[in-house]
Ligand binder design. Structure first.
Ligand SMILES: *Cc1c(COP(=O)(O)O)cnc(C)c1O
Length: 373
């Protein structure tokens, strides 16, 4: 047995890490030239100038210009904002701050974002699941039975991989239910696609509310690794005890601040509008395909759809992969049998995707006919 296996916490030995889109398909070397529609990234261009003065110095714990820029953008005071290495670090910090290892639990509502359960497992916290209903809303009665059992409740709105917003009334009911016993996290990674639905203005009323944000999706900065945790001051103070001393590198703070200035925000809003147009076109196209049995309505930069059966799901996924077009298989998630998720890339990427699917069916049908004759 290797020394690493011998000495590691034993639950890590067999643990499977998060199968991120980038771990499944590395972006370097042989994988270059592919079309990436599997991680809900923006299509680009992704070039920024960096101001690299003073790189000999440690950055500020929370770079002031960055926090002020986000404060302006989200209309909350700087004391309500913690900048993190992506929203993923926010998830991890919340669990490490509020859950005692091997004693406490988080609660998730699948189908949902995979990192909540992975971060909990990594930390040694248990995961309680209260699945979404068939209509993809919160199961309020199911949640009620778990009050007192979980320290942190994760809600995702708009949801990933489902794409739908949770109703504000249901979020409110959940907040009230867990007011004395749990931190309620609302993951707003995709909120730029429906900004009026944010619950950030509720912080005054709910001391246990925490909101997660990111620059990875609508801001097109997934490679930067920059996210924000929004909460009341007491919660931010507690999270600040757990986070690394210099979580945001100076070039990251620099680029993020530019993206949050006036022209950066304008570009982001244009990107959101373009994405919504392409999303409507892709949704309509999917609805017209005989092999597609359901298209989920989306308030985010991706579309989830269900294929008529597993064979068709695999055929579409594999035909696209063979042509270098990568989408995400969500069929292992609760209630999402035969489902695939497509990120809204550029217009060209999406038309290539459609053409590739059409061609694969035509070729396969032609081959089947030829074999019969
Ligand atoms: C992408 C995503 C995140 C992680 O965002 P990063 O800032 O890139 O870490 C968090 N939550 C949801 C729901 C996401 O889809």
């Amino acid at each position: 047995m290797s020394i690493a296996k011998k000495l590691a916490r034993k639950e890590l030995v067999d643990m499977v890490p998060y199968q991120s889109a980038r771990r499944l398909y590395a972006s370097s070397g042989a994988m270059q030239g592919k079309i990436w529609l599997n991680a809900n990234e923006a299509s680009g261009p992704g070039t920024y100038q960096v101001n690299s003065d003073s790189i000999n110095r440690y950055p500020d714990f929370q770079p002031e210009s960055l926090i002020n820029a986000y404060s302006q953008y989200c209309a909350l005071a700087p004391e309500n904002i913690l900048a993190t290495r992506g929203a993923d670090e926010g998830i991890e910090l919340i669990i490490r701050t509020f859950c005692r290892a091997y004693q406490d639990s988080i609660l998730i509502c699948p189908p949902t974002y995979g990192m909540y359960a992975i971060s909990a497992e990594n930390h040694g916290a248990d995961t309680i699941t209260v699945p979404l209903t068939k209509e993809l809303s919160l199961d309020i009665d199911g949640l009620k039975t778990q009050v007192g059992q979980a320290k942190v409740v994760f809600l995702c709105s708009p949801g990933n991989p489902t794409g739908n917003l949770l109703s504000q009334q249901e979020i409110k009911t959940t907040l009230e239910m867990f007011a004395d016993s749990a931190i309620v996290v609302v993951d707003e990674a995709y909120i730029e696609f429906s900004p009026e639905q944010s619950v950030s203005t509720w912080l005054d009323k709910y001391p246990h509310l925490v909101i997660l944000r990111t620059l990875s999706k609508a801001f097109a900065l997934a490679g930067l690794r920059c996210g924000f945790t929004l909460a009341n001051k007491d919660v931010i103070t507690m999270l600040s005890k757990v986070i690394a001393p210099y979580p945001i590198s100076a070039p990251v703070a620099d680029i993020a601040s530019v993206s949050l200035a006036k022209s950066g925000l304008e570009q982001m809003r244009i990107r959101v509008q373009e994405t919504e147009i392409l999303r409507a076109q892709l949704t309509l196209w999917l609805q017209q395909q005989s092999w597609c049995s359901q298209v989920f309505s989306s308030d985010a930069n991706f579309v989830l759809f269900r294929c008529k059966n597993k064979a068709i799901k695999d055929f579409i996924f594999n035909s696209l992969a063979e042509q270098g077009i990568l989408i995400r298989d969500q069929s292992k998630q609760q209630n999402l049998a035969d489902c695939l998720r497509i990120s809204i890339g550029s217009e060209r990427e999406l038309s290539l995707l459609q053409q590739t699917i059409i061609n694969s069916f035509t070729t396969t049908t032609a081959q089947a006919v030829a074999q019969e004759n």
